[in-house]
Design a protein. Structure first.
Length: 472
């Protein structure tokens, strides 16, 4: 029954009201009845008693003649809601308008404030009771002529039955207030529950959609901040999954392309050899050389995929050694200079001979640096320039590869480090798996360094490796 969030919120708003408000209402009713209504009744009776005391100040014989006293009180019938009694100085009941006390006429009555009233002071007594016949307000007013001796007492009494209507009205008001509070609390809980239920339901459907692979739009952010954060997290997850799906498709498309081309070339070369090409020594050598180049391409492809797989599993291990950058870096440039010159590129290097020694894995670092050089040579058009510079500052060694190629748009500069991403500019990333820069950056980060990019469309690109220095 309480499995619904809305019902739980409604109940959470109603329970305090059901438990607290009736208790507070009971206390409030008691306080109002005892401290307000009864006090007001006592004040009212005191005022009426003093008026009667003034009226009877010159008639002391009322307390001596019961018949005359009863007739006097009968004349006051209807003038007040209180019961009026006359008591002599000996504490005997002389006359009363209360039919229940007529049997006590001529007999002493036990009253709490009798001595105080006989001493010339007004005595007031109030008590709370649920008995309709109970006396809830009792006032004794001394009767005397001026400052003379007290010759009798005037007693005014209110029973609960006479003021019960006021008590009922007060309780009805409290009951209505409680019911209104309960209704408002339930409505508030329902509204709040609906406000939480709707975004949670949207998030649940979105997560189920992600699990089943169905496409859906991003969720609107609404509700409390916690739900907004949850919605943002789900939207971020959806975007990431979309990117992963897009990368998976790119991976399949790139694999088909990158594997199909060398495999097609190998199959063609093998067919040529089987068709008699092996009899011609020169042709056989050319075919075998081409096959070797295609196999080298396939080997690099497999190495890149294996490298990416190891990094994704957190299994990247470095064989750290002392590497003298001034000696290591020129050796990495040797294979690329002939390729750049063959493509008619201007080749320039600036490598100081006093670069510090760093701790690094020379093979892994060569792989990262080779990817940067490969891109620079591959995507710079004929007649352009490629330069390599190095230096040291702030306890770091930096190696910079610059080219005058097409450059990279600002919105693509971060995405090019994403696996399988290939830029929109056809001249910048026309082929390949889109793994080189991803692997290069991860390898540099694994060495405790960073890879920075500066580029503008049409103005070339500049990749800078920053590696921490360490003693030999």
């Amino acid at each position: 029954m309480l499995r619904s969030l809305r019902l739980r919120l409604i109940l959470s708003h109603l329970l305090p009201l059901l438990l607290v408000i009736p208790l507070l209402g009971t206390v409030l009713v008691y306080e109002l009845e005892t401290r307000v209504i009864l006090t007001n009744l006592a004040s009212e009776l005191t005022g009426e008693g003093k008026i009667l005391a003034v009226l009877t100040a010159n008639e002391p014989y009322l307390w001596q003649d019961p018949l005359f006293a009863q007739a006097f009180l009968a004349g006051l019938a209807g003038q007040t809601r209180a019961d009026i009694s006359l008591i002599d100085v000996h504490g005997n009941l002389v006359a009363t308008t209360d039919p229940a006390q007529t049997v006590d006429i001529g007999h002493p009555v036990a009253l709490t404030g009798l001595k105080k009233a006989l001493g010339g002071n007004v005595a007031v007594d109030t008590s709370y009771s649920q008995d309709l016949g109970a006396q809830v307000a009792d006032v004794l007013v001394p009767a005397r002529n001026g400052s003379g001796p007290v010759f009798g007492l005037i007693r005014l009494t209110h029973r609960l039955s006479s003021v019960y209507g006021q008590f009922l009205t007060l309780r009805d008001i409290i009951a209505v207030a409680v019911l209104v509070a309960l209704a408002l609390g339930g409505a508030t809980g329902a509204v709040l529950g609906l406000g939480l239920e709707r975004p949670l339901d949207q998030v649940t459907r979105a997560v189920n959609g992600l699990a089943t692979g169905s496409e859906s739009e991003l969720l609107p952010e609404e509700g409390p901040e916690e739900l907004r954060q949850l919605t943002r997290a789900v939207n971020h997850l959806k975007l990431e999954l979309r990117n992963l799906e897009e990368n998976r498709r790119h991976l399949l498309a790139n694999l088909v392309h990158e594997l199909g081309r060398p495999l097609g070339a190998l199959r063609s070369a093998i067919q040529a050899l089987l068709s008699g090409g092996d009899r011609d020594l020169k042709m056989r050598r050319e075919l075998l050389t081409g096959m070797n180049e295609e196999l080298t391409i396939l080997q690099h492809l497999v190495e890149d995929l294996a490298q990416l797989h190891s990094q994704s599993l957190g299994m990247l291990e470095l064989d750290l050694q002392a590497v003298a950058v001034s000696e290591w870096l020129p050796a990495q440039l040797l294979p690329w200079r002939p390729v750049a010159l063959e493509k008619r590129l201007h080749w320039e290097t600036s490598i100081p001979s006093d670069l510090p020694t760093i701790r690094a894995d020379p093979n892994r670092l060569a792989h990262a640096f080779g990817n940067l050089l490969s891109n620079a040579v591959k995507y710079t058009p004929s007649g352009g320039s490629v330069s390599v510079a190095a230096g040291a500052e702030d306890q770091e060694v930096w190696i910079r590869v610059s080219d005058s190629g097409p450059g990279i748009a600002p919105e693509e500069q971060e995405r090019i480090f994403t696996p399988f991403y290939r830029g929109r500019q056809p001249r910048r990333f026309p082929q390949g798996m889109g793994l080189g820069l991803t692997i290069a950056r991860d390898l540099v980060v694994a060495h405790g360094g960073r890879l920075e990019l500066e580029s503008s469309p049409g103005l070339g690109s500049r990749f800078t490796l920053h590696l921490p220095c360490s003693p030999a």
